[in-house]
Design a protein around this ligand. Structure first.
Ligand SMILES: Cc1cc2nc3c(=O)[nH]c(=O)nc-3n(C[C@H](O)[C@H](O)[C@H](O)COP(=O)(O)O)c2cc1C
Length: 313
C-alpha cells in the first residue's frame, strides 16, 4: 500500500494539515502537483462542511492519495460524526492528532484506508503502534504549530528500532535537500507545513503570508503561553497581539482559558523552515522547486559520497 502511494507521487511529501490554513483548494493543488494534500477536520466548521469538502476533494483528485486529519481526543464533540463521514468518503489516509489513533482504526481499515498517528515522543509512538496505527508521523523539533522537541534524525532512528511500518517525519524541513536528508535518515514521507503557508491556495491572511516571507529563523519563539502547549510562533505576531515577550515564560503571562482556537487567528505560527518562504506563489511552483532541489541535492550527495575512500566510486 505504501509502495503504491509512493509510486503515485513526484516527491514523498505530505502538505501537512494546518489549522485555519488548509482547505480543499490546498489539498487539491497538492495532489495535482504530485504531493499528498491534507487538511484538519476542524477547519471545516460544521460536519456538513466536512462532508462537502471531502466530496469536492474526491471529485477533483481522482485516485491520488490525500489525507484527512482528525482530532481523536475525547474532548472533540464531533468525532463520531466526523468518523461516519470518513467512512462515507474514504480518504486513503487518516492522520490522527491530539489523542490515540484507536477510535479511527476500525472505521478506516473497514474501507481499506491507512491510519497514521501524529506523535511527538517515543512513548506516544509505542502506544500508537501498539493499538494498530499503520504509520507514524514524527513531529520533531523545528516544526510549526504544536512542535515536538526531538531531533528528526534521532526520532526516526529510535522508531526504526521497533517500528517497521511507514514513518513520516516533519519539523523545519522546507526544501528538496531536507526531503532527501529525511529519506536518507529512514523516513518514508516528509511532513511539510510551513513551506506551504504562503502558497496562493492557502487560507492564511495576506499579512500572515507577508510576515512569513519577511521573517527569519531568529523571529521564532517556542512558547506554551498562547495555547497551553508548546508551539512555534512568529515573534512580530506575538508583539502585535500584545504579548510581552519577556514574560512569556512566566505562568502569569499564560493565556490558557477562553477560546484557544480563536487565538490561532491573532497569533501566527511557523516552523524553522520559514527561511525557504520568500513570496506568495502557486503551490505547483513550490512543488516544482522542491523536485528540482531534491534532484540537485541527490547529484551533490553522489558527488560528495564518491570522495570517501570506503565507498565505491
Ligand atoms: C499554522 C499551523 C497550523 C497547524 N495546525 C495543525 C493542526 O490543526 N493539526 C495538526 O495535526 N497539525 C497542525 N500543524 C502542524 C503541521 O501539521 C506539521 O506538523 C508541521 O507544520 C510540520 O513542521 P513544519 O511547519 O516545520 O513543516 C500546524 C502547523 C502550522 C504551521
Amino acid at each position: 500500500m505504501l509502495e503504491e502511494i509512493l509510486k503515485s507521487l513526484r516527491l514523498p511529501v505530505v502538505v501537512a494539515p494546518m489549522f485555519l490554513v488548509s482547505g480543499p483548494e490546498m489539498v487539491i493543488a497538492a495532489c495535482k502537483a504530485g504531493l499528498i494534500g491534507s487538511f484538519p477536520a476542524p477547519n471545516a466548521r460544521t460536519a456538513a462542511d466536512f462532508d462537502g469538502w471531502m466530496a469536492e476533494i474526491k471529485a477533483a483528485v481522482g485516485g491520488a492519495p490525500w489525507a484527512a486529519n482528525l482530532v481523536t481526543h475525547a474532548s472533540n464533540p464531533r468525532l463520531a460524526e466526523d468518523l461516519a463521514l470518513v467512512a462515507k468518503h474514504k480518504p486513503p489516509l487518516v492522520i490522527t492528532a491530539l489523542g490515540s489513533p484507536k477510535p479511527a482504526i476500525e472505521v478506516v481499515h473497514g474501507y481499506g484506508g491507512l491510519v497514521f498517528a501524529d506523535v511527538t515522543t517515543v512513548a506516544l509512538a509505542r502506544k500508537a503502534a501498539a493499538v494498530g496505527a499503520d504509520g507514524l508521523v514524527c513531529v520533531s523539533a523545528g516544526a510549526g504549530g504544536h512542535t515536538g522537541q526531538l531531533s528528526p534524525f534521532a526520532f526516526v532512528s529510535a522508531l526504526r528500532q521497533f517500528f517497521p511500518g511507514p514513518v513520516c517525519v516533519g519539523g523545519g524541513i522546507a526544501d528538496g535537500a531536507g526531503v532527501l536528508g529525511a529519506v536518507a535518515s529512514g523516513a518514508d514521507l516528509v511532513y511539510m507545513g510551513t513551506r506551504f503557508i504562503a502558497a496562493e491556495e492557502s487560507r492564511a491572511a495576506p499579512a500572515y503570508k507577508a510576515m512569513l516571507a519577511d521573517s527569519s529563523l531568529d523571529d521564532l519563539l517556542v512558547s506554551a503561553a498562547v495555547t497551553g502547549t508548546p508551539a512555534s510562533w512568529l515573534i512580530p505576531s506575538l508583539r502585535a497581539a500584545g504579548y510581552n515577550l519577556e514574560n512569556l515564560a512566566s505562568p502569569a503571562a499564560r493565556n490558557y482559558g477562553g477560546d484557544v482556537q480563536k487565538r490561532w487567528k491573532d497569533v501566527w505560527s511557523a516552523g524553522q523552515g520559514l527561511h525557504a518562504v520568500t513570496a506568495t506563489e502557486p503551490l505547483a511552483v513550490i512543488a516544482d522547486r522542491l523536485v528540482a532541489e531534491y534532484d540537485d541535492a541527490r547529484a551533490a550527495l553522489d558527488a560528495r559520497s564518491a570522495l570517501f575512500r570506503r565507498l565505491p566510486v
